[in-house]
Each structure stands twice: as structure tokens, then as C-alpha cells.
Design a protein around this ligand. Structure first.
Ligand code: NAD
Ligand code: MLT
Length: 310
């Protein structure tokens, strides 16, 4: 009997075909907890993206599970410790969507700098309002990168081409490595004080949740523009709304939210806030890479072979 691979979120068709060749591939809506708990009972492998919570309860409901695969980067929706305790391997696709995520952050930054979405909405509504939408250039500005890992580096390299001055806060990175990239490592306070633009590229952990909150937003340069295409909650949403209200933050580009899915928020009421529904990895290329990467890892795990870092 073929092993059962349960796919709980949309996976690239190329990856589904690869898996269907060897396994009994089944689908479930991972956001529907009851359906997930029922379906995981027969699964040997479970594949998720970011909208499925794989906690101790889900793992306990899947006694045959040998591998949980995350078709993307962040593992904050998977209880890795609980999986490990049950002998279930957890794999992800850590480089699959990093270019897409960095490009999404840049798209949001430029959109916020030039009022692109608001101007487009106004024009489509019949309003030709050139003087209302004067933006700012990025060249010559200080860009603060919070988290100089894989995506932060790609973001910084690309922003360097715009002629920006790059600073970063990441206590786990060697200054020499940052210097090679033309980035000056600074403390968080200095980054907040000096940046004209801030882009956050951190994992969601107990340490990083709310890292930029009310206290931090009190230290920012007046008129900063902020981008978060990493994880919701890294920037406290209530504190951000307050800073937008009093003009300390001149604009924000947000791809991620503390609770997802999210269809209404005080942040949606600001004209200078651009929002997207967690689309950082939503490109054809990233989805192919993530899907094929986890398909390979699942096959190795189910064959009892060593699974190398993807
Ligand atoms: P990474 O692990 O390569 O980099 C994260 C960096 O954050 C590391 O350099 C680390 O040292 C730093 N860091 C960790 N804790 C910190 C702290 N407390 N203070 C300052 N720096 C800290 O990860 P990555 O590939 O760059 O991805 C970053 C995150 O982006 C992922 O964890 C994921 O949550 C998110 N992401 C979002 C999307 C999307 O669709 N919007 C797509 C891909 C990834
Ligand atoms: C990730 O961490 O890879 C992203 O959140 C993308 C995703 O899962 O869609």
C-alpha cells in the first residue's frame, strides 16, 4: 500500500505530480482544524504552508506521521519540539522563496514611497490628482534592515542599487560579513533614530514578537516609512496605528499580520498604508521551488534516507 501524503495547503502542481507518482496524495484544508485532525490520522507525511497550525494536537492525531514538510521558510506554525519528541522529522524549504520575499518588500517600499496604490485607486475613480501624490526618492536615504539573514541580505543588496545608505540590526551577524555587503551594523536604537525606511526580515519567535513596539516607535525618525514582509506581530499593530495617526510613521507596507487571515483592521483605514494578504512567496518561481524541494525531502524521509538541508 502506498504511503499517504496529506497536502494541507495549495502546493505547486509540479510538486503534486512528483508526489502522485509514488504516493497516495490526499488534500485537506489545513485551516479547517476538524478536517485536518480527521485526515491526518492516515497520513505518513503532512505538507503545509503558513496557514496550517501543526501543534501537539495535530501531531498526536497522526500516529503514522513520519515527516512534516513546510513548503516555505518560517517554521513558526509548526511545533518542532513536539514533532521531534514524537520522532517526526520536520523539513522546510529555506531558500525557495527568499528572492520573492525580498522583491515583495521592495515592491511595498517603493509603493509606499510613491503613493502608487492610492493614486491608482483615485485615478480609477475618475480623479486626476497629481499634486496630492508627491512622493519621496529612495536614493540618498538611510534604509534600516532589521534581521540581516537570507532575505535581509537579498533586500539590502537590491536596495544598494538604489543608492541608499544601508544600516542593519542583527546581533547574530558578524560586522565583517555586513561590511562585505556594504551594510553598517548598528544597535536597534540607532537604526530607529537614523532610518528613513525600515524593513523587517526576522523570524517570528518569542524574542522577536513585538520587537518594534510603542517604546521603539517613540524613538524613530519622524516621517519614517516601514515595511514588514516577514511575520505579523514583529511590529506591534496597535503601536504602529498610533504612530501612523500622529504622523511619526509616514507610511507602511504590510504583507503579514499578527492574526491571519485578516479582513479588517484599523491599519486598513490609513490611506498611506499598503497591505497585501501574505503574498511574499506567491510567485510561480517560489512556489515551484518550495513544492519541489519539499517533495524531494518527503520522498527521502519516507524512503528512510538522510534528508540534507534543502
Ligand atoms: P534567516 O534565518 O536567514 O534570517 C533571519 C535573521 O534574523 C537572522 O540573520 C537572525 O540572526 C536574525 N534574528 C533572529 N532573531 C533576531 C533578533 N531577536 N533580533 C535581530 N535579528 C534577529 O531567515 P530568512 O530566510 O531571511 O527569513 C526571515 C523570515 O521571513 C522567515 O522566518 C519568515 O517568517 C519570513 N518570510 C516571509 C515570507 C512572506 O511570504 N511574507 C516569505 C519568506 C519568509
Ligand atoms: C514563508 O515563511 O515561507 C512564507 O510565509 C511564505 C508562505 O508560507 O507562503
Amino acid at each position: 500500500m502506498a504511503a499517504v501524503v496529506l497536502i494541507a495547503e495549495e502546493l505547486a502542481p509540479s510538486a503534486v505530480s512528483v508526489l502522485a507518482h509514488d504516493y497516495d496524495v490526499r488534500a485537506v484544508d489545513g485551516a479547517d482544524r476538524d478536517a485536518l485532525l480527521a485526515a491526518v490520522g492516515e497520513a505518513d507525511a503532512l505538507i503545509v504552508r503558513s496557514a496550517t497550525t501543526v501543534d501537539a494536537g495535530v501531531l498526536a492525531a497522526g500516529p503514522r506521521l513520519r515527516v512534516v514538510a513546510r513548503a516555505g521558510v518560517g517554521l513558526d506554525n509548526v511545533d518542532v519540539a513536539a514533532a521531534t519528541a514524537r520522532g517526526v522529522l520536520v523539513v522546510n524549504a529555506p531558500t525557495s522563496n527568499i528572492v520573492s520575499a525580498a522583491e515583495q518588500a521592495i515592491a511595498l517600499l517603493l509603493t509606499v514611497a510613491r503613493h502608487t496604490v492610492t493614486a491608482s485607486t483615485a485615478l480609477k475613480a475618475g480623479r486626476w490628482e497629481r499634486s496630492r501624490f508627491t512622493g519621496v526618492e529612495v536614493q540618498g536615504k538611510t534604509v534600516g534592515v532589521v534581521g540581516l539573514g537570507r532575505i535581509g541580505v537579498l533586500f539590502a543588496q537590491r536596495m544598494a542599487a538604489f543608492g541608499t545608505r544601508l544600516i542593519a540590526y542583527d546581533p547574530y551577524i558578524q560586522p565583517a560579513r555586513a561590511a562585505q555587503l556594504g551594510v553598517r551594523l548598528v544597535g536597534l536604537d540607532e537604526l530607529l533614530r537614523e532610518s528613513d525606511f525600515i524593513s523587517v526580515h526576522l523570524p517570528r519567535t518569542p524574542e522577536t514578537m513585538g520587537l518594534i513596539g510603542e517604546k521603539e516607535l517613540a524613538k524613530i525618525k519622524f516621517g519614517v516609512r516601514i515595511v514588514n514582509a516577514a511575520r505579523g506581530g514583529l511590529i506591534d499593530e496597535t503601536a504602529l496605528a498610533a504612530a501612523l495617526r500622529d504622523g511619526r510613521v509616514a507610511g507602511a507596507g504590510l504583507d503579514v499580520f499578527t492574526t491571519e487571515p485578516l479582513t479588517s483592521s484599523p491599519l486598513f483605514g490609513f490611506e498611506n498604508v499598503v497591505v497585501t494578504p501574505h503574498l511574499g512567496a506567491s510567485t510561480a518561481e517560489a512556489q515551484d521551488k518550495a513544492g519541489l524541494s519539499v517533495a524531494r525531502s518527503v520522498k527521502l524521509a519516507l524512503d528512510g534516507e538522510f534528508v540534507p538541508d534543502a
